[in-house]
Each structure stands twice: as C-alpha cells, then as structure tokens.
Design a protein around this ligand. Structure first.
Ligand code: ADP
Ligand code: MG
Ligand code: ZN
Length: 269
C-alpha cells in the first residue's frame, strides 16, 4: 500500500569533516597526539596570541591533494585561506582559519554502487583545508566547564557533496566510499565514533517529479554510520509531516538525538 510519504523524494548533500593524520598541527609545530595530557600541545600560534604568524603544514596540503585526486577533483594552483569569526569559548582566537572561495580541490565525484547493481555518480563540490577548535569538557564539575586546547589547530579537511544523494541508503554508501578512500590513502583513521570523521547532513524534500529544491535543514555532528542513516530518515519524515500539515520547512540547524531517534532545531540560520 502506498502512503503519503511515497509522494515525496528527498534531496541530501553531505559535509564530511575528516581529521588529517599529520604529526603536527595545521599552522604550528605542536603535536596532534590525541592522548597527550590536556593543554600540553599548545603554543602562541594555535592559541592565537597577538603578533603570531601561522605557517602552513606542507603535509596537510599533500594529504588534501591526495584526497582530491582520489575523488576526481581539479586541484587549484593558488588556494587562499580565510578567517571565519566565531564567538565560542573553545576558540580563544575568535576565528577559525578555513577556506572560502578558493578551496584547494573542486569539481570532483565519487561513484557508488546501488543495491540493483547500477552505478550512481555523486558530485563533490569542494574539499577544503581548515583547523579544528578546542574541546569543552562539561563532566568534571557541576558549575564549571573546562577547556582542553590541544585540539586547537588540528588539521581537518571538509568534503562537501553536491545535493545528489536521494536516500539514507545512498548517503550510507557515499560515506562508506569516502571513508574507504581516506583510510586507504593513510590520511585519516576513518573512525566516526572517536571523532576523526564527523558528518553534517543537509536534507530537503520535494514532490516526486519536481525539479526545484525544497528548503533544507542541516543536521550537525553525526558520529556514526547508523546515526547518519537514522537522522536522515527522521528528518525526512519530520519535513514531510510539516508540509502535509500545510506548513513550511524552516532553514535551520538541527541536532539528532540517537535515543529517541528525533531531530530538533538548535538555531535558525
Ligand atoms: P553551509 O555553509 O550552509 O553548510 P555549504 O555550501 O558548506 O553551506 O553546504 C551546503 C550543503 O548543502 C552541500 O552539501 C549541498 O549539496 C547541500 N544542499 C544545498 N542545497 C540543498 C537542498 N535544497 N537540499 C539538500 N541539500 C542541499
Ligand atoms: Mg555546513
Ligand atoms: Zn601550536
């Protein structure tokens, strides 16, 4: 029996953040060792003291280009960094060094194999280099939040897909392929649960046959393959229910709660 949900199709684009396995940070010589004691891998550069100058880690560029070549991207010969300003306690500097309009890799693609054996091509818009922020620790005290700055400046790449994905299964297959490439190249641990890969899913729905995109939401920080699938399923259903009630989807950032399998809004964009 067909249901109201069968009238719709989903449109999904994934943003994958992957930590690069370099020995040192993106713009300074501090170690990236995950097991060091808190706040031991820090220096004036990654803490953003006034007067310091970041120096780009060549290994990060090399690793990012490897992933670009493994996903059929073009490699930009002149690629510029930008500052993205944030006001978060775990970002003492007040900005993240990232790339904006000149990502080092662009216009790539990755083929996935669907259940029926056919191939589907997922476009890759861009891969850019950026740095991680510190880590807030809320569990040590009832009244205080502690901050570990060891992760500040740890190199990440962000792999952004085109909105070519049409189901949670396709998202799963795409993400598996991305992980396979990253691990094969020796540039990432491939471990979503431990945070060396993190995924944001952009999701919208539209009536089947329509060629316009609906309004998307962005479900942030999915940290397992199962959560990626479950969050997409939950968000598709939530959006269809809203539309069927005659309301409109709002462009928002969402979080996924794995316990009750629900997505909830965190902030409007
Ligand atoms: P932002 O900074 O808002 O996250 P990005 O350009 O980094 O923007 O990422 C946008 C992501 O959203 C891409 O993966 C893109 O494919 C996807 N996307 C864009 N429009 C839609 C849409 N209507 N439905 C689903 N995904 C979309
Ligand atoms: Mg985003
Ligand atoms: Zn440093």
């Amino acid at each position: 029996m067909s249901t109201v949900y069968d009238k719709y199709e989903s449109v999904i684009g994934l943003e994958v953040h992957a930590q690069m396995k370099t020995n040192t940070k993106a713009f300074c010589r501090c170690s990236t060792n995950f097991h060091s004691s808190p706040n031991s891998n820090v220096c004036p550069v990654c803490l953003g003291y006034p007067g310091t100058l970041p120096v780009l880690n060549e290994e990060l560029v090399d690793y990012t280009i490897r992933m670009g070549l493994a996903t059929n991207c073009s490699i930009r010969e002149v690629s510029i960094f930008s500052r993205k300003n944030y006001f978060y306690p775990d970002l003492t500097k007040g900005y993240q060094i990232t790339q904006f309009d000149t990502p080092i890799c662009y216009d790539g693609s990755l083929d996935i194999q669907l259940k029926d054996g056919s191939k589907k091509r997922i476009g890759i818009t861009r891969i850019h280099m950026e740095e991680d922020a510190g880590k807030s620790l809320h569990d040590f005290s009832d009244n205080d939040t502690l901050i570990d700055f060891n992760r500040c400046g740890v190199p990440l790449i962000e792999i952004v897909s085109e909105p070519d994905i049409r189901s949670s299964e396709e998202a799963y297959l795409y993400l598996s392929k991305i992980r396979q490439r990253l691990v094969y190249l020796g540039i990432n641990d491939g471990n979503l649960e431990e945070g060396s890969m993190r995924c944001d899913a952009n999701i919208s729905v539209r009536l089947k046959g329509s060629d316009e995109f609906g309004t998307r939401t962005e479900v942030k920080n999915l940290n397992s393959f199962k959560n990626v699938s479950d969050a997409i399923e939950a968000e598709i259903k939530r959006q269809i229910d809203i539309i069927e009630e005659g309301e409109s989807v709002i462009y928002q950032t969402m979080t996924f709660n794995a316990k009750d399998k629900k997505t909830t809004a965190t902030r409007s964009k």
